[in-house]
Design a binder for this molecule. Structure first.
Ligand code: CP3
Length: 362
C-alpha cells in the first residue's frame, strides 16, 4: 500500500522537545534502554473512573469536550496529578478525526460511537474526505498547551487504526461480531482496500499533527482487530496499519510507536511486522510468551487484567509483580492494563498499582 499521504502533513514543522524527556522512563523503555524504573500508565486513565473528570465534563457532550483545548488539557493532566503515572494520554477519541472531515457521527454515553449513515458502497467514500491539518488546528493547540505543562513527562498521542475505524463506519456503531465489516472485506476486497487507504491517511494525519505539535510517543489503537484470523489480518489489515506507523516515522523517527489490540494473541507476530517499536498485549497472553511470539526484539506494553483492580490489595500486588517479572523477559517493558480502566474502578486501587510498579526492583 502506498505511504504517499497528503503533502501538508509531511511538511509539518516538528516542535522542539523538552530536554528532560531524554531521561523519561517511558521513552527509554520504548527505545529498549534501561529506565530508572519500569514506567506505567493506563489506557483510559483520563475520564471514566475519576470524579474530577465527571465534574468538569458535566453538561458538555463528549465530542465537544475533545475540541476545547483548555478542557482537554485539564482532563489529560488529571490522572498524571492523581496517580503520578509516567505518561499522559491525550484526551480525545478515535472518531474525532472522522468527525473533523465531516462524517456524521456522535458518541452516545454508555454506548460509544454511532454513525449517521453507515458505510456500504463505493459512493460512500465521497463522504469521507482526506484530513487536512487546518481541520484539527485545535488538536495542535491542545497538544502545545499540554507539552508546556507536562515538561519532562511524555504525552502519548493516539489514533484509531484503519480496521477499527472501518468497523465503526461499516457497522454504524459498536458490534459484537463485526459481521458487516467482515462481509465487506471478504466480498469486495477492492472497496475494502480503498476504504482502509482513506482511513490510513486520516489516522496518519491525526498522529502527525499530534507529533508535530509535541507528542513524544504515539499509540495506534487497533482495538477490534483480534476478530480476524492471522492470514486475513496479514492480507486485509496489516498494510494499512504499517502505512500509518511509517508515516509517523517519516515525520519524526525519534518518536516511539506503540501498537495495541485486544485478543491479538494469534496476531502478535504479524503485528510486530507492521513496524511499531512497542507492541501492546492484552491480558490473555503472559508478557514472556508474547515476547517470544514477537521474535524477542520488541518492547512490550501491558498487561494486567483491568478486573484485578477490583481484587484485594494482596492479590492485586501479587499480580502486578507477576506481570513485572514476565515483562522483564522483553527488551523493554511499559506497564499498563491489558485493556482500558473499567468505569467503576476505585482510583485508589489504580494509585496502588502505580506505587507498586515504581517500588519494584527487577
Ligand atoms: O484516557 C484515555 O485513554 C484517553 C482518551 C480516550 C478516549 N477514547 C476517551 C473516551 C482514548 C485513548 C480513546 C480511544 C478509543 N475510543 C478506543 C480505543 C481504546 C479501547 O478502549 O480499545 C475506542 C475503541 C474508542 C471508541 C469509543 N469511544 C467507545 C467504544 C466509547 C464508549 C465506551 C466508553 O469508554 O464509555 C467511547 C467514548 C469515550 N471515549 C469516553 C471517553 C472518556 C466516554 C464518553 C463519556 O464520558 O461520555
Amino acid at each position: 500500500m502506498s505511504t504517499e499521504f497528503a503533502a501538508p502533513f509531511a511538511a509539518l514543522p516538528v516542535a522542539p522537545r523538552d530536554p528532560r524527556l531524554a531521561d523519561a522512563p517511558l521513552l527509554r523503555a520504548a527505545r529498549r534502554l534501561r529506565p530508572a524504573h519500569t514506567p506505567v500508565w493506563f489506557m483510559r486513565q483520563a475520564g471514566r473512573s475519576l470524579p474530577e473528570y465527571r465534574k468538569v465534563r458535566e453538561g458538555i457532550a463528549m465530542l465537544d469536550s475533545c475540541r476545547r483545548p483548555e478542557l482537554v488539557t485539564e482532563i489529560t493532566l488529571q490522572p498524571v496529578r492523581r496517580y503520578g503515572v509516567d505518561a499522559a494520554i491525550f484526551f480525545s477519541d478515535i472518531v474525532v478525526p472522522l468527525k473533523a472531515v465531516g462524517v456524521g457521527l456522535d458518541i452516545r454515553p454508555g454506548v460509544g460511537p454511532v454513525i449517521d449513515q453507515p458505510f456500504r458502497t463505493r459512493a460512500d467514500l465521497d463522504r469521507i474526505p482526506e484530513l487536512e491539518p487546518e481541520m484539527i488546528s485545535d488538536i495542535a493547540e491542545s497538544v502545545g498547551l499540554l507539552t508546556a505543562e507536562l515538561g519532562g513527562t511524555p504525552l502519548i498521542g493516539f489514533a484509531g487504526a484503519p480496521f477499527t475505524l472501518a468497523s465503526y463506519l461499516v457497522e454504524g456503531g459498536p458490534s459484537r461480531d463485526l459481521a458487516r465489516t467482515k462481509a465487506l472485506m471478504y466480498s469486495d476486497p477492492q472497496l475494502w482496500e480503498a476504504l482502509l487507504q482513506r482511513l490510513a491517511q486520516i489516522s496518519a494525519g491525526f498522529l502527525r499533527v499530534q507529533v508535530a505539535a509535541g507528542a513524544s510517543a504515539v499509540q495506534l489503537f487497533d482495538s477490534w482487530v483480534g476478530a480476524l484470523p492471522l492470514a486475513d489480518y496479514r492480507r486485509f489489515v496489516q498494510p494499512s496499519s504499517a502505512a500509518v506507523l511509517d508515516a509517523v516515522r517519516e515525520l519524526d523517527p525519534t518518536v516511539p510507536r506503540i501498537h495495541f489490540g485486544v485478543q491479538t494473541g494469534e496476531l502478535l507476530p504479524a503485528m510486530a511486522e507492521a513496524g511499531a517499536d512497542v507492541v501492546g498485549v492484552d491480558f490473555r497472553v503472559p508478557l514472556d510468551v508474547a515476547t517470544a511470539r514477537l521474535g524477542g526484539d520488541h518492547a512490550v506494553q501491558g498487561n494486567l487484567d483491568p478486573a484485578l483492580l477490583f481484587a484485594s490489595r494482596e492479590v492485586l500486588g501479587q499480580r502486578v509483580r507477576q506481570t513485572l517479572e514476565a515483562g522483564a523477559a522483553a527488551p523493554g517493558h511499559i506497564f499498563n492494563l491489558g485493556h482500558g480502566v473499567l468505569p467503576d474502578t476505585d482510583p485508589d486501587q489504580a494509585k496502588f498499582v502505580v506505587d507498586t510498579v515504581h517500588a519494584w526492583k527487577g
